[in-house]
Design a protein around this ligand. Structure first.
Ligand code: PEP
Length: 253
């Protein structure tokens, strides 16, 4: 049985006071474990502060990125060890904004994933096709390539700490959402690829989240699909009200 996970990616948003208020609101409403796992990914600079806010609650903490070496001369970067040290259990890797705007190649994402597992973190590995790739009927090929590159050096022994997020690039921050049929088809494809890469037990146990303009009014439909095990939420995670409404919708899915 895969537990539903609702994760909020705050991206480069929130000031310090706003971050504390947002996290505190979630802790108030979701302080103890319910039927759905809840996670937030604030900007790096607030992680220490937010770790203190969520400590002891059921709200889990993620970083939005981490570098692929444990330490050294990498000005401006943050290692997976640092992320773990500040109190994060999780890291999001391979987000399409990093792939498209910030130079994360398939190969670099793979190295980051390996480093994050070595640091003891759980990983959300994001994959997703652009509009052009979907229109050219390349969705499955792109998803397979990104998934396998991300897991290139990841052996079955740590893969129980993996969550995959299917995030069609054309749906992120655009207000466009994949239909339930499109999402289910991509998720089923990813699960098949996990079975090929590892085995059917790994494929069945691995959670695959959908991300791309998830809102309170479409969350339940998306998560009612058999292969959709939760949501990675961007914009709607910046308001406690809408994020909690998505958690509520997920609880009934
Ligand atoms: C995201 O950033 O992962 C995301 C899915 O954003 P949004 O929900 O705003 O589309």
């Amino acid at each position: 049985m895969r537990r539903i996970l609702v994760a909020g990616n705050w991206k480069m948003n929130t000031g310090r006071a706003e971050a504390i208020e947002l996290a505190s609101g979630l802790v108030e409403q979701h302080g103890t474990a319910g039927p759905v796992d809840v996670m937030i990914a604030p900007p790096f600079v607030w992680l220490d502060t937010i770790a203190a806010v969520v400590r002891g609650s059921a709200v889990q903490l993620a970083a939005q990125n981490a570098w692929c070496e444990p330490s050294g001369a990498f000005t401006g970067e943050v290692s997976a060890e640092m992320v773990a040290g500040v109190g994060c259990g999780w890291v999001i890797l391979g987000h399409s904004e990093r792939r498209q705007l910030l130079g994360d190649t398939d190969e670099l994402v793979g190295r980051k994933v390996t480093a994050a597992f070595s640091a003891g973190l759980e990983v959300i590995l994001c994959v997703g096709e652009t509009r052009e790739q979907r229109e050219a009927d390349e969705t499955d090929v792109v998803l397979t390539r990104q998934l396998l590159a991300g897991l290139e050096s990841v052996d079955a022994g740590v893969v129980d700490r993996l969550v995959v997020a299917y995030e069609p690039v054309w749906a992120i921050g655009t207000g466009l959402t994949a239909t339930t049929v499109q999402a289910e088809s991509a998720h089923a494809h990813l699960r098949n690829q996990l079975a090929v890469r590892y085995n059917s037990n790994v494929a069945e146990a691995t959670r695959i989240l959908y991300g791309g303009s998830v809102k309170p009014d479409n969350a339940a439909d998306l998560m009612s699909q058999p292969n959709v095990d939760g949501a990675l939420v961007g914009g709607a995670s910046l308001s406690a009200e809408s994020f909690l409404a998505i958690i509520e919708a997920a609880s009934g899915a």
